[in-house]
Write a protein that binds this ligand. Structure first.
Ligand code: HEM
Length: 427
């Protein structure tokens, strides 16, 4: 057993901490409730990371991106076998710095060069297309009385929106879904050695695919899309928007823009249907939806944890931390910290500070796509609460792709009586 690099000891609970097990997967904030109370900063020997679980400590880390570098944000959390590494190398895999794992001053220069497409006026023009897509998907199953919302709609709509936002031609979506899950497992999971090779092939193919799309985009740099915007920005500032950035971002961007939001809406609908009174409240008063989205992101967000590495010896919440220490901030736990949110287990769509959650990160690297994600989640809820207010969760067990960070149910079965659909009873 590894021991704490500072004290040479770990508590029993810290030694048991396993973010790949079912306890963490089902409910990360509940799984680390002991830590929030007793040991808010602890060394995890199984992970080789310092784990931080209180709101103020996590926010302080996010705020100081010089002492707490994001360089490890996309690093493999589980070192892989030589065989898997050789597979990745055979695809010339070279995921490098994007935005989310770039240090200053390069990061802010690049963020400024690339942020215009995220401005509200640009996002507004995606709104009608998102609404149309959601409506079409609901049309396809509204008369069936039973649906797995993840398979029928929650992964495909955010993926389609992500591809449109990035400017990627509408491609083989099931393949991209498979690649994205492989990237999640490769980066934030703990695959067994035999699974590592299959994952490495999928990630290698994803890398090659991203390179191929980028090359095609370079032939049509004036098309719409964030990647084309990046290609044009490269002409003005080649040292800021590099080739390596564009290739890495092409791959990471699909995951950042797609899986986060797909998981986010699945978690939100699950939470709301588990709290029927709240679901009924927002069906009766759709003006509650924007804050309901924030409350769902706080209570059951799709980003469970995020990573940093220290660039110098420092401290977190009074605990000395050495230089070069890897940190796992369990942001979902911070969102349940009673020191910050009153009665944090309560789902309260009237909560006036729900949007202070840590699910989008905080500070210089805070999620650039947060308003696109919010818009998509709001439209999903508007359409589902108006067209299927009577739907309920079906009996089911929930499963999650085991990893530290990207969290959402793999399936979400709901049922309703089609004869009671508002469009039939009140056409
Ligand atoms: C960064 C979460 C949707 C693009 C991040 C970070 C988190 C996050 C935790 C890192 C923040 C930090 O280090 O402080 C989420 C969640 C989403 C979501 C929970 C959905 C519910 C999106 C979408 C896009 C996007 C839809 C793109 C269209 C980005 C980018 C960054 C980022 C480009 C890097 C920003 C930087 O480092 O400057 N996101 N994200 N995200 N996200 Fe999101």
């Amino acid at each position: 057993m590894t021991t704490c690099p500072i004290t040479g000891a770990v508590s029993a609970a810290a030694a048991d901490f396993d973010p790949f097990g079912d306890g963490y997967q089902q409910d990360p904030p509940a799984y680390v409730a002991w830590s929030r109370e007793e040991e808010p900063v602890f060394w995890s020997p199984q992970l080789g990371y310092w784990v931080v679980t209180r709101y103020d400590d996590i926010k302080a880390i996010f705020r100081d991106n010089l002492a707490f570098s994001p360089a490890v944000a996309l690093e493999k959390i589980t070192p892989t076998s030589d065989e898997a590494d050789a597979v990745l190398a055979s695809y010339d895999y070279g995921m490098a710095r994007t935005l989310v794992n770039e240090d200053e001053p390069a990061h802010m220069e690049r963020r400024r060069a690339l942020m215009a497409p995220f401005a509200p006026e640009h996002l507004a023009h995606h709104q009608p297309a998102v609404r149309r897509l959601v409506r079409e998907h609901v049309d396809a199953f509204i008369d069936t009385g039973r649906a797995d919302l993840v398979d029928e709609m929650f992964w495909e709509v955010p993926l389609t929106v992500a591809l449109e936002f990035l400017g990627v031609p509408d491609d083989d979506k099931p393949k991209l879904r498979e690649y994205s899950v492989a990237h999640t497992v490769n980066t934030w999971g703990r695959p067994e050695p035999e699974e590592q090779v299959a994952v490495a092939h999928a990630v290698g193919n994803f890398w090659q695919y991203a390179g191929g799309v980028l090359e095609r985009m370079r032939q049509r740099p004036d098309d719409e899309g964030w990647m084309q915007y990046g290609i044009r920005a490269q002409r003005e500032q080649p040292e800021v928007v590099t080739d390596s950035y564009l290739h890495s971002m092409m791959m990471a961007g699909i995951v950042a823009a797609h899986e986060t939001t797909a998981n986010g809406i699945a978690n939100a609908v699950k939470l709301l249907l588990e709290h029927r009174v709240i679901w009924d409240q927002i069906c009766a008063d759709p003006s509650l939806i924007p804050n309901a989205v924030e409350e769902c992101l706080r209570h059951n967000g799709s980003q469970a944890a995020w990573r940093r590495i220290t660039t110098r010896a420092t401290e977190i919440g009074g605990v000395p931390i050495p230089e070069g220490a890897r940190i796992l901030m369990v942001s979902s736990s911070g969102n349940h910290d009673p020191r910050r949110f009153e009665d944090p287990e309560l789902v309260d769509v009237h909560r006036d500070d729900a949007a202070d959650h840590l699910t989008f990160g905080y500070g210089a690297h805070q999620c650039l796509g947060k308003n696109l994600a919010r818009m998509e989640m709001q439209i999903f809820l508007e359409e589902l609460t108006s067209r299927l207010p009577h739907m309920r969760l079906a009996e089911q067990e929930f499963s999650y792709v085991p990893n530290t960070s990207f969290r959402g149910p793999e399936h979400l079965w709901v049922e309703w009586d089609p004869a009671a659909n508002p469009e039939r009873t009140d056409p």
